[in-house]
Ligand binder design. Structure first.
Ligand code: SF4
Length: 683
């Protein structure tokens, strides 16, 4: 019986795996894990059905031919070294993943930022929650999630905005609904243009105009002083309130498209409820104004002092199992490790000194969209993709697929050889997967948990940290001689102590001597193991210690055009995960929604002549997808929805990210994956 954690969403549920001795395992929820207390969602309960090794990549391959690890590692080290020597360190890049364990992330980050001397390492978490990171840093001076899951149960009002929590973070939704069952006074408001499954548990659903979230929270901010809800005691911890109010007052109710009674009900409920948590997710983050939307939410919590105390605060829920760990360890191109700043010379010097790094990166690197644009333009000539499938999931995915195919040298580390990205690689490295690898992850509430192995890796599959360290040593670098992930974690903890000495909130140095194998789920900050919240006392990580309220001039997405009159919303469905390499193995999970679909309003369907189960051809200048028609008034007219999980490059193809424009938020670099302008016709 092995205690580990689920490899899917950022709830980070504890799992107990009992191997059957034949390569399988039975799975149940861990009753002692604080994230889920024994609960699992349907994806978690199906984990035992998704660990078959048939079709796995089991040996390294070079240009399609099997090769030894030594030959493959030598080639990678030589090609990266030659590229750096000829074109400089910014001519190489790593594209990593929220599926990596923290120890893998640590080694990749150390190699790129400390030894290669570039910050060209970015993660697919850029597509998920980069706007939250940017919003946190603008307001708090640090990327700090103030609260914990328990706040959702202690609140009197939970507002879910841009989040289909029932499908995308199901156990967290279960916890809220269980709290409501025992305490019916707990009110739930869902703000979403779609009437999702999450609305079934809501007291109020606001079907907001798509993209109008910042307008709504601006209206709320403007409402707060009118009703005496600004917290006078917290004002001394804030800067920028007058400017934020001036900007907020430029928003008008008309922009929200809400019924006046619904809008009024929301404003009054939020203003009058002291214990309020505002949960937000990709519906906020995946926007060309995502960071402003985040700050519009944070502004309301700051102005009322409703932050960092039991049952109150803004709460960003992350999509991936280790998106948070990646943020902490420096997996984003614009951060150093341990929440240190890449632009800060003292921070750079401290990290360089700790690593004995010959060439610390001195400026932020390429964020995901810019990275693949640089690959396309030949500025990045050697690329290493780890546990991600950007040829499917990046915006303008067809263009990204062509860019990867045209790159001088591409390495892919993955479990599978037949992903859309792996097919275009020069070198494939067989990586260990969930149940085989060992390390740590951090979930959305800052709880660090162990992932423990309970299955033998197939063939020659090896951990990512090991492959990275081997390449680093072959490139002539020292400081990569770990024996195990425990050694890496200890080094990471020690570095966090250095960061703590520089004022970083992320200091887990107390875990350096912990028993790694037995490490229980552990929150940071460690000083408050059971309820560590930030900012309740008004101490922020800005130079003057005050939170910054950001003036947000809200704007709606650009209008669609006559040629592309529909605004396509993309997202997840309940029973699949990312590009389905694991969940796609389970017939039980496929039974929920078994093929790519287009959920479209009855008025649109009538206008287009669609009947249920027809095929729709969805197109724009970037790409094309064929999707099964599902007619439903859960979506608004002209705003269809399609899931993002399906792959495949031959018709019919459900690769909807081929249609998503690579427009990004200017602050966070996160793509606007919720609003692609498209044309639709019968196929
Ligand atoms: Fe896994 Fe998320 Fe489901 Fe928990 S809620 S079992 S972490 S997918």
């Amino acid at each position: 019986m092995i205690r580990t954690t689920c490899p899917y969403c950022g709830v980070g549920c504890g799992v107990i795996a009992t191997p059957d001795g034949r390569g399988g395992a039975t799975i149940k929820g861990d009753p002692d894990h604080p994230a889920n207390r024994g609960r699992l969602c349907v994806k978690g309960t199906a984990l035992g059905e998704t660990i078959a090794t048939a079709g796995r990549l089991t040996t390294p391959r070079i240009d399609g031919a099997e090769a030894s690890w030594g030959t493959a590692l030598d080639l990678i080290a030589r090609r990266f070294s030659e590229t750096i020597a000829e074109h400089g360190p910014d001519a190489v890049a790593f594209y990593v993943s929220g599926q990596l364990l923290t120890e893998d992330y640590y080694v990749a980050n150390k190699l790129m930022k400390g030894f290669i001397g570039s910050a060209n390492i970015d993660t697919n978490s850029r597509l998920c929650m980069a706007s939250s990171v940017a919003g946190h840093r603008r307001a708090f001076g640090s990327d700090t999630v103030p609260g914990q899951y328990a706040d959702l149960e202690e609140a009197d009002l939970v507002v879910l905005v841009g989040s289909n929590l029932a499908w995308c973070h199901p156990v967290l939704f279960q916890r809220i609904m269980a709290a409501k069952a025992t305490r019916p006074g707990l009110k739930i408001v869902v703000i979403d243009p779609r009437r999702t499954a999450t609305c079934e548990g809501a007291d109020l659903h606001l079907s907001l105009a798509p993209g109008a979230d910042a307008h709504l929270f601006n209206l709320l901010l403007a409402h707060l002083p009118e009703t005496g809800r600004i917290d006078p005691a917290f004002l001394r911890h804030l800067s920028g309130l007058p400017e934020a109010l001036v900007a907020a007052r430029t928003s008008t109710p008309a922009a929200t498209d809400l019924e006046p009674a619904d809008l009024d009900a929301f404003l009054r409920l939020w203003a009058e409820t002291e214990k309020v948590v505002t949960v937000y997710s990709q519906g906020i983050n995946q926007s060309e104004t995502g960071t402003d939307k985040v700050n519009a939410i944070l502004n309301c919590h700051l102005a009322t002092g409703r932050i960092g105390r039991p049952g109150m605060g803004p709460f960003s829920v992350t999509g991936q199992p280790n998106a948070m760990g990646g943020r902490e360890v420096g997996g984003l191109a614009n951060m150093l490790a341990c929440h240190l700043e890449i632009e800060n010379p003292d921070h750079r010097a401290a990290v360089a000194d700790f690593w004995a790094a010959p060439r610390i990166a001195e400026k932020p690197g390429l964020k995901a969209v810019d990275m693949f644009r640089a690959v396309e333009e030949g500025r990045v000539k050697a690329l290493w993709v780890m546990h991600s499938n950007p040829a499917v999931t990046m915006p303008e995915a067809d263009r990204v697929a062509r860019a990867i195919a045209g790159c001088d040298f591409t390495v892919v580390s993955d479990l599978w050889a037949e992903t859309d990205t792996a097919r275009r690689a020069h070198v494939l490295l067989p990586a260990t997967g969930w149940g085989e690898k060992s390390g740590t992850v951090t979930n959305s509430e800052r709880c660090i948990s162990r992932q423990r192995p309970f299955l033998a890796p197939p063939g020659q599959a090896r951990p990512d940290w090991w492959a990275l360290a081997q390449v680093a040593k072959r490139m002539g670098f020292s400081g990569f001689d770990w024996e195990s992930p425990a050694d890496i974690f200890a080094e990471y903890c020690a570095l966090s102590g250095v960061a703590g000495g520089l004022g970083s909130d992320f200091d887990i140095s107390g875990l350096e001597a912990a028993d790694y194998d037995a490490l229980p789920p552990t929150y940071w900050p460690q000083a408050a193991q059971k309820g560590g919240r930030f900012f309740g006392t008004g101490q922020f990580h800005t130079p003057d210690g005050k939170a910054r309220m950001i003036p947000v001039t809200a704007r709606l997405p650009d209008p669609v055009t006559p040629a592309h009159p529909y605004r396509l919303n993309t997202g997840r469905i309940r029973d699949q995960w990312h590009t389905m390499t694991r969940t796609g193995q389970s017939p039980r999970l496929a039974a929920h929604l078994g093929e790519p679909f287009l959920e479209i309003h009855p008025d649109d369907a009538a206008q287009l002549g669609f009947a249920t189960a027809d095929l729709a051809e969805v197109t724009n200048a970037h790409g094309r997808a064929l999707l099964r028609v599902m007619i439903s008034d859960r979506v608004a007219p002209s705003h269809p929805f399609a899931p993002m999980h399906w792959t495949g490059e031959t018709a019919p193809s459900g690769r909807v990210d081929a249609l998503v424009t690579a427009t990004t938020d200017p602050v966070s670099g996160q793509p606007a994956s919720k609003s692609a302008a498209v044309a639709i016709r019968r196929f």
